[in-house]
Each structure stands twice: as C-alpha cells, then as structure tokens.
Design a protein around this ligand. Structure first.
Ligand SMILES: Nc1nc2c(c(=O)[nH]1)N[C@H]1C(S)=C(S)[C@@H](COP(=O)(O)OP(=O)(O)OC[C@H]3O[C@@H](n4cnc5c(N)ncnc54)[C@H](O)[C@@H]3O)O[C@H]1N2
Ligand code: MOO
Length: 466
C-alpha cells in the first residue's frame, strides 16, 4: 500500500496498524526488548548484546563466520552480479498470459494497421452524399466481409465496428437520424464529412513501433499486443525458483503443539517470489534430512533454489555441509544484517544458485530481499528500481556493526518504525509498507532511510502474486 493508499483508507486500517506502530512513549519503550519484542518473547532471558550474536556455522568457528560476513550493500551487489553471462534464460516467444509482468525483450511492432479497415465508430447509418437518403434493406454488422459500395444518396444500417462500405462519406448516429414513412432517412443534426468513421491505420500503421523493448507487460500491453495481431510476446521467461522448507518441527496445518510450530515460510515465499518475477516450480518439505536435502538440490532444475532454516550451526543445520558435499561455490556466507545474518548465497552448479534463508521468518524475509531479489532481478532482466529514502519519524536503535532492516509504515512522507520486528516475528511486516535500511549505529529521527518496498506496496511495480 502506498502513502496515499493509507491516507485513503485510514480509519479502519489505523486501528490495526496502531497496535504494531512504534507510537509508544519512552517509558513504554524501555519495557520492550530492544528489537521490538515484548518482554515475554525473551522468556526472561536477557538478550545478548547484538555484537555478541555473531553467527556460527558448520566448518567455521563463530568468530571466523563473523569475520567473513559480507556488508549488506555488498551482499546485494554480489547477488545482482552472481549470474554469469550466458546462464540467463534466453528470450523466447511466450503465450500472452505467460508474458504478464515480464519486460518485453523485443519491440512491439504493429503486425497490422489499426484499425485494420475503415470502420464505423457508432451504431447508425453509413451514408453517401448529402441527405435525405434511401435506406438499403440489408444492414451491416461487425465481423462481416466487405459490403458493396454505397451509391450517392444511399444509406445503410451499420453497427459499431462494422466495415464501412466504399464511397461512404459519414456515419449518422442512430439518435441523430429519423426515417420518414416513405422510408427516407433524414439527419436531425449537421453531419460533417468523415464523421464517426474510424479510418484504417488511425492508431498505427503496420510496422510502427508501439512499445520499446524493456516495457513491462501489463494487462493493457496484453490487450494492445492482441489487437496488433500478436499470439506470443518475446520476453525472458520467468526464472524458475524452487523452495525447500527444512525443519522437522514444522506443521502444515492446525495449531502448534508439543514443541511443533506452523510453517510460516511455505505459505509466505511462493507468492512473494512470484511478485519478484519468479515462476515457483515446487515447494518441498524436506524435514531435517541431510540426504533428502542433497537429493532435492542436485535433482532440481530450478535456476534458484531457496532453502529455509538450517543455515546456522545447530546439530540439524544441514545447509552448509550439504553445499560442501555438492562442491558448491559460496558467494556470500553470512551478511552483516539483522535480522537474517546467517543467510547465504551459493552457486551450486553452472546456471543454478541457492539462497539459504535463515529459519526465523523475518530473518527469511530479510534474506529474500537482500539476496534473492537482486538475483531474480538479474535473471529476469528487470531493471533495478530507483532507490528511494524517506526520513524516519522516530529514532531507530542500530546494531553496532550491522545494517538493520526494520518494518515501517509510510505516513505523511515519514517512515514510521513498527514494533514486533524481532527475527521470529511477522506481526510487524504483515502491516508494513516497506523495510527501512538502518545503517550500523542506528538512525536519528528525521534522518533519511533507504526503503525496500514490499511487493504489495509498490505502486506501478506491475508485479502480481499469481
Ligand atoms: N549459536 C548460534 N545460534 C544461532 C545463531 C548464532 O549466531 N549462533 N543465529 C541465530 C539466528 S540470528 C538465526 S536467524 C537462526 C538461523 O538458524 P537456521 O537458519 O539454522 O534456522 P533454524 O535453526 O532451522 O530455525 C530457526 C528458528 O526458525 C524457526 N523456523 C524454521 N523454519 C521455519 C518456518 N518455515 N516457519 C516458521 N518458523 C521456522 C525454527 O523453528 C527456529 O525457531 O539461528 C539462530 N541460532
Ligand atoms: O538475525 Mo537472526 O537472522 O536474528 O534472525
């Protein structure tokens, strides 16, 4: 939703948003965890200072991983450049509906004149010369073959879109004509020469460029393409993404019980990936099975495999060991960003990348926007959106060394930080318009923060979830 969108529907929405907004005063704020979690979320265990929360990973001591973690801006650059020349899918002719949301890889050139024949713009009579006119018995409907020419003083009933008979001088609208009892047609208004005739080629001539390459295919573009004679459009096909959800503790339905929790990422990721331009080919539940993970990655034909969970150094965190077993090239191994610092990017084989999203749901969103979004953008040949920033309405705590991504709503050209922004929480991002990029050290009230749009809040993005 946009700032103006918020303003339009403010009342109802505000009530929900206020709960998550950082509108609390200092005294309230002090009773909360520094990243916005209410105190009970920490179960009484004091949070370690952020600098001490360095990631650990299989095969590396925690301090090594912290050392090699990539700064956030650099991680995004690396992801945007990870795709090697030639390993992107080639532009191909796609059926119209499959091209929706993709940039055109070739100019859209008219395959026909539009209109492709002289046609009537109105229901009425095609007439020849000045009235009154003798009305021909048989009228003309749209979609019929060339009618016989009109003689001077002759008229014929005609429907909107029907072919104009040769020698027609104008179309008289039905509401502007009267037929007398001798069957003669009279105009009740002045009739200009050529009135209400759509001449062939009025909109374009065959061969005219209608749209340049790079134009995003919107529903209107689909309509124009169809009108101009296209059955297919040339575009870079959507990159194929496959999601592998790891974790034995995950339920796909019902209430959490006995230490099991609901899988939040299985439902969240596919539509978000589609909004980022991907075709989601599969979502697989892998559990905590290292062999199943190995099989799934090596058997996948996707351009991008996304795993969720298992990126850290717990006993069942299989992502790093599996990447080693595959012989994958780690391009990014940990990012200096909170949440989500254990995220990773690897080249599993030529033409296939893997983004390892941390299991905590907001950390996974952070990984999606940090690593998967730039990679998919390059794979899909989409231009980067112009970066934009808005002043923070309130100060935001920073991490001493890492970038923070904080859900915000946009209010009166200010980014308002939301509570419930802890790594395991989705309550903040669910009402957010964007994630604010808060540099190491934090942001002051009034300081401009770069904003990462969320797909549902990006006006004109042309992206769709389905
Ligand atoms: N010793 C350390 N432990 C952890 C560190 C660390 O630096 N040192 N980092 C923590 C951070 S930060 C994160 S984030 C997580 C990342 O861990 P993993 O990627 O290995 O994720 P899991 O351990 O599998 O899961 C973490 C958490 O998220 C829950 N989860 C997992 N998948 C889902 C899902 N699809 N839907 C909802 N919730 C999910 C899972 O049950 C865990 O609670 O590591 C920390 N540990
Ligand atoms: O940074 Mo973790 O990635 O806090 O959730």
């Amino acid at each position: 939703m946009t700032t103006s969108g918020i303003q339009d529907g403010e009342d109802i929405q505000d009530r929900h948003v206020e709960e998550a907004l950082a509108l609390v005063r200092d005294d309230h704020d002090r009773s909360r965890h520094r990243d916005g979690a209410p105190p009970r979320d920490t179960a009484g265990v004091p949070a370690p200072p952020p600098a001490a929360a360095a990631p650990a990973a299989s095969g590396h001591r925690p301090q090594d991983r912290a050392h090699q973690a990539t700064p956030w801006p650099e991680a995004r650059e690396t992801a945007a450049r990870a795709v090697r020349r030639g390993s992107r899918r080639a532009p191909a002719p796609l059926p119209l509906d499959a091209a929706l949301g993709l940039p055109l890889a070739a100019p859209l050139t008219a395959l026909t004149d539009l209109p492709s024949f002289d046609s009537s713009a109105m229901d009425g009579w095609a007439v020849a010369g000045p009235g009154p006119w003798d009305v021909r018995e048989q009228g003309i409907l749209a979609g019929h073959a060339a009618p016989v020419p009109l003689g001077d003083g002759e008229a014929v009933r005609i429907a909107t879109g029907a072919r104009i008979p040769p020698d027609t001088t104008a179309v008289l609208r039905s509401e502007h004509g009267r037929v007398d009892d001798r069957g003669r047609l009279h105009a009740t208004r002045d009739l200009g020469h050529g009135q209400d005739i759509r001449p062939r080629g009025q909109e374009c001539r065959v061969g005219d460029q209608l749209l340049p390459p790079g134009t995003l295919v919107t529903p209107a573009v689909l309509g124009l393409a169809a009108a101009a004679g296209y059955d297919t459009l040339t575009a870079v096909p959507r990159p194929r993404a496959e999601v592998l959800v790891l974790g034995d503790e995950l339920l796909s339905e019902g209430l959490p019980h006995d230490g099991l929790i609901r899988d939040a990422l299985g439902p969240l990721l596919p539509p978000w990936l589609r909004a980022l331009g991907a075709e989601v080919t599969a979502v697989r539940r892998i559990g905590d099975d290292a062999d199943a993970l190995y099989e799934a990655i090596t058997a996948s034909g996707a351009d991008l495999v996304l795993t969720t969970g298992g990126t850290a150094s717990g006993p069942v965190d299989h992502v790093h060991p599996t990447l080693r077993r595959i012989g994958a090239e780690l391009l990014v191994d940990g990012v200096k960003v909170r949440p989500g610092h254990p995220m990773l990017l690897a080249r599993t084989r030529e033409g296939q990348h893997l983004v390892g999203l941390p299991g905590n749901p907001l950390a996974a969103v952070s990984g999606l926007l940090t690593l998967a979004e730039p990679l998919l953008r390059t794979l899909a040949a989409r231009p980067a959106r112009e970066p934009y920033a808005l002043p923070l309405r309130e100060a935001v705590h920073g991490h001493p060394y890492d970038t923070r991504l904080v859900p915000v709503v946009l209010r009166a050209d200010r980014a308002v930080p939301l509570h419930y922004n802890g790594p395991a929480m989705l309550r903040g991002v669910a009402v957010a318009d964007a994630l604010a990029v808060v540099p190491p050290g934090g942001g002051r009230a009034g300081q401009a923060a770069e904003l990462l749009d969320l797909p549902w809040a990006a006006p004109g993005s042309g992206l769709c979830f389905t």
